[in-house]
Design a protein around this ligand. Structure first.
Ligand code: SF4
Ligand code: SF4
Length: 404
């Protein structure tokens, strides 16, 4: 068996490390995770990969392990089971086996960017749950300091679902003790259709005004198509934009206009951001995703564009997958990356790489890459880079003093 570092392999193949992970998940590369950041694969498969990519195997830094089951290595490649530690009931029901499953290796704590902030330690949190200290964990700030970024899970050799655990613990806190404005935003959205409580008339007035500005400038004849029955694309809105950064709405509208898209914005329940994901409130999360589905039906749209914000994309896609799988068969669901790739490949929009000549890099959003890969088997690491490269010719992979 060969063990090779994922970064090392990615560098030599000229692809991003998430691409390697995608290949493994899709079965294109018969390898599996090894302790640390490495991947383990059979010598023959390693040689085939090298041959396919024109690499000299002797130039790659690898470790060779003795075979544990000569002649019968197929079982070595079986994907490990994901062990759910997140209970779906109203209280955590710790399984004593979690204590056995956790190696207390500390990989989660090492990977966590917030490790040590107010003492946060995902390994200790798991111990608290398994030792019956759930009330202490619910009352603590740890589940709320945690950003749910998923780096700990990515590092865990036992595939323990620490994010699900933290989210479940959040959901067990009394709603009036949810920190910050999160639960108020959820309630506002349930009551008024958006997180910030923007009245319908104000929203519609703003859309009309912004549309007129565009029509008078870059997009002659432009209007914002509200509640257009039978439009191809239904677009939801992040309430932060009409509330605080209304001009940001125009960026996407200009793209739709240039692409000749048939699109619409619903006049009600248009919020694209779902804070139920953050508060651990499945009931609210489901209701809000259900409203998006209702708008698709009501307006008879063919394509749902998931929101640009990574968390909003993840929450809506997760909600569709968990609760509305059948309904979602009735329409196409696209991320912004899918839509931009389609427009660019079909020549519906063109970009001028002369506009952004600055040194540029790309920061992978957690929800579009690591978490999307785990939840949906699909990461957008390559897509984001490809689109950025079309616009920014001086693209580099590493963050230095580049624009992001
Ligand atoms: S990485 Fe996984 S196995 Fe290791 S301490 Fe954390 S939860 Fe336990
Ligand atoms: S999800 Fe992210 S912030 Fe939370 S414990 Fe895991 S690594 Fe730390």
């Amino acid at each position: 068996m060969i063990v090779i570092g994922v970064g090392h392999l990615a560098d030599h193949l000229g692809v991003h490390r998430n691409t390697i992970r995608n290949w493994i998940r899709e079965g294109k590369l018969p390898a599996r995770s090894a302790p640390g950041k490495g991947y383990m694969l059979k010598e023959d498969d390693f040689n085939k990969v090298c041959q396919e990519f024109g690499l000299d195997p002797a130039r790659l830094k690898v470790r060779r392990l003795p075979s544990r089951s000569p002649g019968g290595l197929a079982s070595d490649f079986a994907a490990p089971e994901v062990r759910s530690i997140g209970p779906r009931s109203t209280r955590l029901r710790p399984n004593p086996q979690w204590a056995d499953a956790c190696l207390t290796c500390g990989s989660c704590a090492s990977a966590c960017p917030l490790s040590g902030v107010d003492g946060l330690d995902p390994r200790k949190a798991l111990r608290m749950v398994t030792l019956g200290l759930e009330d202490e964990l619910i009352e603590s700030q740890w589940p709320w300091k945690c950003t749910l970024c998923g780096k700990c899970e990515d590092a865990c050799p036992m595939n323990l679902e620490l994010v699900a655990m933290f989210r479940a613990v959040r959901g067990l806190r009394p709603r009036d003790q949810v920190p910050g404005p999160l639960h108020k935003g959820v309630q506002m959205c349930l009551n008024r259709g958006n997180n910030l409580g923007i009245p319908r008339e104000d929203f519609l007035f703003l859309l009309e005004e912004l549309g007129q500005e565009l029509a008078a400038g870059e997009c002659p004849g432009f209007t914002v198509p509200v509640d257009r029955q039978g439009a191809n694309l239904l677009v939801t809105v992040n309430s932060k934009e009409p509330f605080g950064e209304p001009d940001d709405l125009k960026h996407w509208w200009k793209i739709f206009h240039a692409a000749g898209e048939s699109w619409t914005v619903p006049s009600q329940d248009w919020e694209g951001v779902n804070w139920g994901l953050f508060t651990g409130d499945d009931e609210a999360m489901r209701t809000l995703v259900g409203r998006v589905v209702d708008n698709m039906r009501r307006l008879d749209c063919k394509t749902l564009l998931l929101p640009e914000c990574g968390h909003a994309y993840y929450a809506t896609r997760l909600g569709l997958q968990k609760w509305f799988a059948q309904e979602a068969q009735g329409f196409e669901v696209l991320s912004i990356f899918d839509l931009l790739l389609r427009y660019l490949r079909e020549g519906r929009i063109r970009v001028d790489p002369g506009v952004h000549r600055q040194l540029t890099t790309y920061h992978d959003p957690c929800h579009y890459t690591r978490k999307s890969l785990k939840a949906f088997g699909q990461s957008y690491a390559e897509e984001g880079r490809w689109i950025t490269r079309q616009c920014c010719p001086d693209f580099v992979e590493k963050i230095g003093r580049a624009h992001v």
